[in-house]
Design a protein around this ligand. Structure first.
Ligand SMILES: [Zn+2]
Length: 425
């Protein structure tokens, strides 16, 4: 790809929209320079605003296949665990082709929603025993969709604390830490380094023993990889963990891991405030998935302990029951407003909420995934989205109000295009 210079009517430079900003994209698909460079644009984005593409830090792409299929309750009751049985049924039923179709559909929908990087928390590995055939399908689907992929390869050995895997969990199995790292090494050979990278995950405290969690984390640190885990989405998990280990899952991580600087805990819906504060203090990050958490009736996380650590937060579409990052940002803000009976929840030091939410949706996710994306600045990947300044849902915008108008009132249709690694296709 030849290098080129972009200029939109307005460009998001991290804290504000500015005009007359040129962005130079290099041959490798990164941003060489950005600012008032006095260059003539090769590509003039008239009527558009240029923003960093958004970073989805937590997804299970194949769960796109459940959309519209888990919303009826003949018994007039339903919870997370009932939904999980339906998800297991899907996981057992998909073949390689269907898995790829669903992943591709999810990734294309993400791009249309302004998401240019996805952290895929990938635990559905096998078609036949231990073949990891679906890992390959996932890489293929991401390549086809052109989305930047951080494949968070998931370790999954147990079917509950100290319990063997259930029949319906067999396709998730990683037999040992040795076999797991062997597969990571295989994947490292297969990925496209221009658009794909690896991270590791342990599914949850339910899926691995505490020593294994510690060992996988230690090796992730040694390899310079990010480490993700589902943490405290459900009260049952906390009760089981207390029963087995005498402490909560988050306390177990704090005691078992040493440094939490590469760790992202997904959900933390029912976390103890002091443990959450210690975790963030130690560099840990929290990924919230507000639309999924609402859909599953998980509960509302208490975010006050994280107020001093705004950079620790990021967002994910998780079950992909809906793929809209604008909606994730709004849900995050609105449930907290409802809970706290306040409007300025999650505001940054300038009192701006939309900017703070957009930072979570971009740089927050990028940090959690270990990619230099989510910002329009030299050295970052040239991953962008554009907003149609003529879109009715943004009407009345000014350079000062546009980010607020988009975050709180913008339709997904206002997102005109996305670009990954300098490529706009
Ligand atoms: Zn999840």
């Amino acid at each position: 790809m030849a290098s080129y210079v972009l200029e939109a009517d307005l460009t998001w430079t991290g804290a504000a929209f500015e005009s007359e900003i040129q962005v130079e994209v290099d041959e490798a698909g990164k941003i060489a320079r950005a600012g008032r460079l006095g260059l003539t644009a090769d590509r003039r984005l008239a009527g558009l605003a240029l923003l960093p593409g958004m970073v989805n830090a937590h997804s299970h792409a194949f769960q796109r296949g459940l959309r519209g299929r888990t919303e009826r309750f003949p018994q007039r009751s339903g919870n997370f665990w009932g939904w999980r049985d339906q998800m297991y049924a899907l996981a057992r039923a998909v073949d390689a082709e269907r898995f790829r179709e669903l992943s591709l559909a999810a990734f294309l929908e993400m791009r249309a929603a302004g998401i240019t990087t996805v952290g895929e928390f990938h635990y559905l590995h096998h078609v036949q025993r231990q073949d990891f055939a679906l890992d390959e399908q996932l890489l293929g689907a991401a390549t086809q969709a052109g989305v930047r992929l951080v494949l968070l390869e998931v370790y999954y050995r147990l079917g509950g604390i100290n319990k063997p895997l259930r029949e319906e969990q067999q396709r998730f199995e990683t037999k040992s830490t040795h076999a797991f790292w062997k597969q990571l090494d295989r994947l490292a050979e297969r990925i496209d380094p221009a658009r794909q990278s690896l991270g590791v995950a342990v599914h949850s405290v339910r899926a691995a023993g505490r020593e294994e969690i510690g060992a996988i984390h230690a090796e992730s640190l040694r390899r310079g990889l990010v480490f993700h885990m589902h943490v405290e989405e459900q009260r049952q998990e906390i009760a089981d963990c207390r029963g087995a280990y005498g402490r909560t899952p988050l306390a177990l991580l704090l005691s078992q891991l040493g440094s939490c600087e590469n760790v992202t805990a997904v959900h933390c819906t029912h976390s103890e405030p002091d443990e959450l504060a210690s975790f963030a203090q130690g560099g840990g990050r929290v990924c919230l998935c507000p639309v999924t958490e609402a859909n599953l009736g998980d509960g509302i996380p208490g975010l006050s302990p994280l107020a001093a650590h705004p950079a620790s937060l990021c967002l994910g579409t998780d079950s992909n029951s809906r793929i809209s990052f604008a909606e994730e940002m709004r849900w995050l803000s609105y449930v907290q407003r409802l809970k706290q009976e306040q409007r300025a929840v999650l505001a940054n030091e300038r009192g701006e909420v939309a900017s703070a939410l957009f930072a979570m949706a971009t740089t927050g996710g990028a940090r959690a995934l270990g990619v230099d994306a989510g910002r329009i600045a030299a050295g970052a990947w040239a991953d962008f989205m554009t907003l149609d300044l003529g879109h009715p849902s943004l009407a009345g915008w000014t350079a000062e109000t546009l980010i607020d108008a988009f975050v709180f009132g913008g339709a997904d249709g206002a997102i005109q295009a996305t670009c990954v690694g300098g490529r706009w296709e």
